[in-house]
Write a new protein. Structure first.
Length: 151
C-alpha cells in the first residue's frame, strides 16, 4: 500500500505540472492579446485625434462643404464604433486574463498540494522505518540483557 502512495503522488504532480503549464500559456496569450488590443485602441485614438486636427486646420483657411463635413462625421462615427467594439473586446480580454490568472494560481496550489503530500508520505515512511529500527534495537537490547542475566 505504501508503494502505491509513493507512485501516485508524483503522477498527480506531473499532471498538475501540465495543467500549470497550460494555464500559464493561456495567461501569457491572454496578456499578449490584451496588450495588442490596448495598442489598437491607442492607435485608433491617435488616428481620430490626427484626423480631427487636420480637419480643423483645413477648415480654418476655407469654408468646408457639406460633403466634407458629412465625410468627417462619418469617419468619426466609424472610429467611435471601432472604439466601442475594442472597449468590449478589451473588457472580455481583461476577464479572460483574470480567469487565466486564477486558473494558473489554482494549478500552482494543486501542484504544491501533491508535493506536500508526497513529502508527508516520505516523512511518515521515514518515521515508521526509524520506529521499526528502534523496536528492533530495543528487542535486541532486551534479548542481550536477558542473555547476560541467564549467564
Amino acid at each position: 500500500m505504501a508503494n502505491l502512495k509513493k507512485s501516485v503522488w508524483p503522477v498527480l504532480e506531473k499532471l498538475s505540472e501540465s495543467r500549470e503549464a497550460a494555464a500559464f500559456r493561456q495567461l501569457a496569450e491572454g496578456r499578449q492579446k490584451l496588450a495588442d488590443c490596448e495598442r489598437r485602441e491607442k492607435r485608433l485614438a491617435e488616428l481620430r485625434a490626427d484626423y480631427e486636427s487636420r480637419y480643423l486646420q483645413a477648415g480654418t483657411g476655407r469654408v468646408q462643404s457639406i460633403a466634407d463635413m458629412n465625410m468627417c462625421r462619418g469617419f468619426v462615427d466609424h472610429v467611435d464604433g471601432l472604439q466601442k467594439m475594442l472597449g468590449q473586446q478589451k473588457s472580455n480580454l481583461v476577464y479572460a486574463v483574470e480567469s487565466a490568472g486564477q486558473a494558473y494560481a489554482d494549478a500552482q496550489r494543486e501542484k504544491m498540494k501533491w508535493q506536500h503530500l508526497e513529502e508527508r508520505d516520505i516523512a511518515i515512511e521515514r518515521s515508521k522505518r526509524v520506529a521499526q529500527e528502534q523496536r528492533a534495537t530495543d528487542a535486541m537490547a532486551v534479548a542481550r540483557f536477558a542473555y547476560r542475566r541467564m549467564s
